[in-house]
Design a protein around this ligand. Structure first.
Ligand SMILES: [Zn+2]
Length: 252
């Protein structure tokens, strides 16, 4: 390095380590030193170095901006990935919950089905009725004492099976009129009489509350009512009211 250059460098606080390319800077300054006096050289060198410094700062800024962009991009990428992961987790959780919900619903449906099809479940045989004759009642209306309970209700009122069972008869039966007989799992039969229509046929399985027919006036009757009988083992009739209470917890 020439003495003039060293002076110029010293005047602007320039050192090798502060420039990206000191070799370039040196050759430029050296060319100028060949044709200029000390004063001019110093001025030119200052300008050159300032320009270089500016350029360096600019490129630094560009580099910095680029780094920031890269950082921002990386950050955005991380955020995007995090969001995607979170969304995926949420979807997985939602699917898991939906599956659990579906399982629970299926269990409830099965429990309801089991309850509905239970052999011990009871439903009242008719609604909106008035008891007009009780079991064992005597009198001119019957050849023997009354064999069931009479539930008076308007014609067409649904008549329902008291429990699960099999329809063993569905036909016109003389003084009983249109009659349905249902055999329950313990062998007890319930008879539904004087009906206006049949809602079931022989061999069919019915569950508690299933409609078997409707109130009518068929057979030996003076008004629309359900004559309901209970016959253990299909034999002689018993009083339906205590049977309903003891077997079904019903109090007609
Ligand atoms: Zn009767």
């Amino acid at each position: 390095m020439t003495a003039a250059l060293a002076a110029a460098a010293g005047a602007v606080g320039f050192s090798h380590s502060s420039l990206a390319s000191p070799t370039q800077a040196n050759s430029a300054v050296n060319l100028a030193a060949l044709s200029m006096g000390d004063g001019q050289l110093s001025e030119l060198t200052t300008l050159r170095i300032e320009r270089r410094n500016l350029a360096t700062r600019d490129s630094s800024r560009v580099a910095l901006t680029s780094v920031e962009k890269t950082k921002k991009q990386a950050s955005a990428d991380r955020t995007g990935k995090a969001r995607a992961a979170k969304l995926e987790a949420t979807l997985a959780l939602t699917a898991k919950r939906a599956a659990a919900l579906a399982k629970a619903k299926a269990q409830i449906d099965q429990a309801q089905k089991n309850a509905r099809e239970s052999a011990t479940r009871c439903e009242m045989v008719i609604s909106n009725y008035r008891i007009t004759a009780t079991f064992g009642q005597g009198g001119g209306r019957w050849a023997r004492n009354h064999t069931g309970t009479d539930f008076a209700a308007p014609i067409g009122t649904p008549i329902r099976s008291v429990m699960k069972g099999e329809v063993v008869s569905a036909e016109f039966a003389g003084p009983y009129g249109r009659q349905v007989r249902i055999r329950h799992e313990n062998g007890t039969e319930t008879w539904y009489n004087h009906m206006s229509k049949f809602s079931v046929s022989v061999g069919e399985t019915v569950y508690a509350g299933d409609q078997v027919g409707a109130v009518g006036m068929t057979g030996n009757t003076t008004g629309p009512h359900l004559h309901f009988e209970v016959r253990p083992g299909g034999g002689e009739p018993i009083n339906p009211i205590p049977w309903l209470r003891n077997h079904c917890g019903l109090n007609p």
